[in-house]
Design a protein around this ligand. Sequence first.
Ligand code: HEC
Ligand code: HEC
Length: 509
Amino acid sequence: MMPRILALLAALLAAGLWSGAGAETRQSAGGHYRVSLDAKAKTPWNAMQSWRLSVTRADGTPVRGAAIEITGGTLDHVHALPTRPRISAHPDGGYRVEGVKFDRQGRWQLHFDIRAGGIRDQAQFEVQASVAVWASLDDEWTKDELTVLRSLWIGSLPKPPPDPTNAVADDARAAEFGHRLFFDNRLSANGQVACVTCHIPELAFTDGRKNARGVGLMARNAPTIIGAAYSPWQFWDGRKDSQWAQAMGPLESAVEHGTSRDWIIGVASRDLDYRRRYEALFGPLPAMTNAAGIDAAFANLGKAIAAYERTILPAPTKFDRYVEAVLAGRTPAPADQFSIEEIAGLRVFISDNQGQCIRCHNGPMFTDNHFHNIGSQVVGADADEQGRSDGIKSALADAANCRGAFSDAPAGLCAELRFAKRAGAELAGAFKTPTLRYLVRTAPYMHAGQFQTLEDAIWQYRDVPPATVGETELTRLPMSDAQFRQIEDFLKTLDGPIRAPEHFLKPPN
Ligand code: HEC
Ligand code: HEC
């Protein structure tokens, strides 16, 4: 190699500009220019970049004195470049691109608008902004932080609490039966809706819709059922106090399955396999004229569905493997090592003086299973939804609650119902804190699906909109925009497989 090139190489290396992979060359959209940019294939983010750009004609002659403008943003066009970069002529005949900064990870698109000698043309490049430094942080967490990390870790998640209101809650035969019911379209008015319509295993048991759609359109967003067995209250407003009572709701809802208990028991009675499964668990099916018997049998089907749902649990994610390693004083496996941003996001998430997210999203399910008013920007018809203040009234009045005739528990055991707050300003507009596991797959977010993206859902905590009902519990947080983005990076580490018997994630055969 010639000494001059070596010197150049050394200078590039010293300046941190050498890409290793070399510059990328593109033909401009109109075919007038060949444009090459020496951005690294993986560019560190939140660091000012400076690159070399060269522009030549098709025959290789350099284009000098061009007026070049650069714009850019994330690939989904949601986020524009946070800086205003400049392009200037380089003494060697090319151009210098300075001041590009990516303030978040992911793929970015850069757009160069080039004008020279009356010819205008464009060229586009894609750059992957990623973290350059991978810290080994076994001992960077304080003792207090480690305690919090342990509390969020899936290793701290016990078995779902027993459900004394459901005698078959942990009966494997009931779960098998419930699996079949969960996927059964026949249990709907139009033969097209099953629980799985809105709770799709691949979408972490949600449906990807803003508002769930069954026989009709619902006002609410479908939450995941993964780990819902840990919650003493079901639904966004907690109007049911058990999973079996919950399961009875959609079957008779005009907008979900659109049927009646008579219809459901009729289907079960006519299906020999169902009849057999039912009778092995609960005894003979009632005659279709026995209204009280049908009520009880309907509750029993709810109990079988609940037994199935209790087996749908979270499995360890990158977050859990990272924490497990940190707690054990090990270096996490390379794939489980947190990036600087993920660590920063986690730290802010758990901090008392910054994100304060664990005020409500705590424990291994990242929820306190409680109800809070966070404003959450509902507009239109749903803006006056009362949330918990209506939910608790319904739960108390529900014939299928813990104290009702179909409950298998002695009434004295119904502590949740007994000690639940029944009135108070803080119940107005309050909704159940959702789990933050699997968020990557559960968009849109919040009880009415009011936010399409995770970023928007998190932004709520930056902007703190006034509540449309009652008062929000949120206050403005002393955090930078970058820190909110770091929280998003961290939350994405909470996605992973589902822990359940393999065949329960697929239609029964
Ligand atoms: C049409 C779509 C749809 C169908 C069908 C449906 N769900 Fe849901 N599910 C929802 C929506 C929406 C919510 C939230 C409703 C609310 O809170 O008011 C929900 C809530 C739940 C919850 C509460 C989770 C929690 O954490 O509070 C469970 C459990 C659940 N559904 C299970 C079922 C079962 C079991 C069936 C079948 C019997 C079923 N769903 C049928 C849309 C649906
Ligand atoms: C005061 C309690 C509280 C605090 C503090 C809190 N949250 Fe929430 N969070 C909630 C409630 C309640 C909801 C559901 C609100 C609704 O549906 O209207 C929610 C919803 C969410 C959702 C949407 C999840 C989904 O599946 O729809 C995300 C994401 C979220 N919170 C992240 C955060 C982050 C990040 C922080 C810290 C900056 C935080 N939360 C702090 C109570 C809280």
